[in-house]
Design a binder for this molecule. Structure first.
Ligand code: NIG
Ligand code: FE
Length: 413
């Protein structure tokens, strides 16, 4: 298959470039007036300028005319919690009436509320609801995503969530990575006994998750009112024995020490970072850990935005993700994330696109496969409607912009 008359081809990176850091984020190569070809196995075969296109190919191959629309890599959303049951729109009203995220959690709402619902939902029904969210994300341009557990909070329900995530992976053309987040909150049966919960997580949950090969990564909500740095240290050390790399929730509610402990354990990413200062930026500069920021949660909870501009200026690898979850970010729309990054965090459209694609892929350990338009990487891309500029997409942030979406070389929308 050939896609021709592409107005601009974005994020054209060589195969050996697997992340963009600092000012390189603004300068990923673009080809104007381009074509690309897709092989039968769903990878990108060749890219080039239209002047080099051999029109005699048209008679033997499928030709897609982009009519001047742009081609972008499908979004790589490296932080989601899409396996959950029902919604939390009741808490939305509490929030409107002035309760904070922490106050809602303290009153037994929040994560524990979702855990109760998940417990009462059959595995098949949970799969049905969660698959719908994954499909919604793909229809909005996401081609790779990470899914966390963390609404089970006991061994059986955590395993149930992870099996559902694995079924989603089998059912969709997007790439999926799965993360065990047993340390999202203390489960109901252990309320008031946090240390016992962590002991149980290490002695019972982790071995069970590893025995079934259900997760490649581990996460801990290392923050004020949730898990301490010492507890995080213990959990990450235990998980390392099973080969699970950390991707952790850090510095959402406080300067939690989460960034430092993540870097100590060579985390693939530290995520949230709304309360990140110079110390954290300095620590991240010494590491390969991706700084993942979730502006949808800041928007929804009315929190400060993570200091993305400073992080990029300091040379860090910044990724953006949706954090799609029922409590702090009930949206998996990466175009909205892109817009928030430009409007609220002062990223340029090109920097934010790099953060939503190649760097999101890096935060999932997938950037040799997805996240850029490269011969040899997956043919997972978005063809836009004709565009005046790349900036138009995050600028006119509710104007329909997607012409079609291809994942692994097959049209999905
Ligand atoms: O990433 N911060 C922790 N976890 C989620 C929220 C989960 C929930 O409220 O259900 C987040 O924002
Ligand atoms: Fe999260």
């Amino acid at each position: 298959m050939y896609v021709i008359n592409i107005g601009q081809l974005h994020i054209c990176l060589p195969q050996d470039v697997t992340r963009l850091s600092g000012h390189d984020m603004a300068t990923a190569a673009t080809i104007s007036d381009a074509w690309l070809s897709v092989s039968a196995d769903g990878t990108i075969e060749q890219i080039g300028p239209m002047v080099s296109f051999d029109f005699s190919l048209s008679s033997q191959h499928e030709i897609i005319d982009a009519r001047g629309g742009y081609v972008l890599p499908a979004f790589c959303d490296s932080h989601t919690h899409i396996v959950y049951s029902g919604t939390r729109d009741g808490e939305f009203l509490d929030k409107i009436n002035g309760l904070s995220y922490e106050e809602i959690a303290k009153r037994g709402g929040g994560i524990l509320n979702s855990a109760d619902r998940l417990h009462d939902t059959s595995e098949d029904e949970l799969f049905r609801q969660s698959l719908e969210r994954a499909r919604e994300m793909m229809a909005k341009g996401t081609g790779a995503l990470e899914i966390k557990s963390g609404y089970g909070l006991n061994t059986a329900d955590e395993l149930k969530m992870l099996r559902v995530a694995a079924r989603i992976r089998e059912s969709i053309p997007a790439d999926v990575k799965i993360t065990f987040l047993g340390a999202h909150a203390v489960g109901r049966a252990f309320v008031g006994r946090q240390t016992d919960y962590v002991d149980m997580l290490i002695s019972e949950m982790l071995p069970a998750v590893a025995a079934d090969g259900l997760a490649e990564y581990v996460d801990v909500f290392c923050d004020k009112g949730f898990f301490t740095v010492d507890e995080t240290d213990r959990i990450l050390e235990a998980a390392a024995k099973y080969g699970m790399l950390p991707k952790i929730h850090a510095n959402e509610l406080d300067c939690s020490g989460g960034v430092q402990i993540g870097v100590k354990h060579n985390a693939l990413s530290v995520d949230h970072l709304e309360r990140m200062g110079k110390d954290e930026i300095d620590v991240l500069r010494t590491s390969n850990t991706v700084a993942t920021m979730l502006p949808g949660a800041s928007f929804f909870l009315g929190m400060p935005y993570a200091p993305a501009r400073q992080a990029i200026d300091a040379g860090l690898t910044v990724a953006l993700a949706s954090d799609y979850n029922p409590g702090s970010s009930p949206s998996g729309d990466m175009r909205m994330v892109w817009a928030l990054a430009c409007i609220k965090m002062k990223l340029t459209p090109a920097e934010a696109l790099a953060a939503c694609t190649i760097n999101g892929a890096a935060a999932m350990g997938l950037s040799d496969v997805v996240g850029a338009i490269t011969p040899g990487r997956r043919a997972s891309f978005i063809i836009t409607k004709p565009m005046p500029s790349l900036a138009f997409i995050p600028y006119a942030y509710t104007t329909p912009w997607i012409g079609s979406i291809y994942l692994r070389g097959k049209i999905v929308k």
